[in-house]
Unconditional design. Structure first.
Length: 150
């Protein structure tokens, strides 16, 4: 009988996958009808044509797998929100290319964990300003324009 046993993925190997084929994303959703303020979120993804490695990632770290191409040749493993925090924390000292994105994502997750509200239920302005700054910084890094003069 041939059983599939997931491979134990080292932190170093995962860092290489994230640096090469991954994305550390800080997103923002302004379209929620029930929310006073924008909703910020963090996701960590790795895209690959080898679905076995993505299955191993899901098995070891959680998250989910989705298809990214119409012909099914590429898929993406994703882990979101606070579930990504321990992974990003471990990867911070190993990542070479996406180190700054990981730090920003961890700062965002820390800010999202701050549940202070004003008396009207809105998030205080200082927290919103921090989140927006982190969002813009990560956006610039992911677009390749970080640190370039305007």
């Amino acid at each position: 009988m041939n059983s599939i046993c997931p491979t134990k993925i080292s932190w170093e190997y995962l860092a290489g996958l994230v640096d090469a084929d991954g994305c550390i994303y800080v997103g923002k959703n302004n379209n929620s009808l029930r929310c006073i303020n924008p909703r910020y979120f963090v996701s960590l993804t790795v895209a690959n044509t080898d679905s076995k490695i993505l299955v191993d990632l899901k098995s070891q770290f959680g998250g989910f797998i989705s298809k990214t191409s119409r012909n099914g040749t590429c898929a993406r493993w994703t882990i979101q929100g606070q579930a990504a925090a321990p992974i990003l924390t471990e990867l911070c000292s190993i990542l070479r290319i996406k180190y700054v994105q990981a730090l920003i994502a961890l700062q965002m997750l820390d800010s999202i964990g701050d549940k202070r509200k004003t008396f009207k239920g809105a998030t205080p302005d200082d927290i919103l300003a921090t989140r927006e700054s982190l969002y813009q910084e990560n956006k610039a890094l992911n677009s390749g324009s970080y640190g370039k003069e305007k």
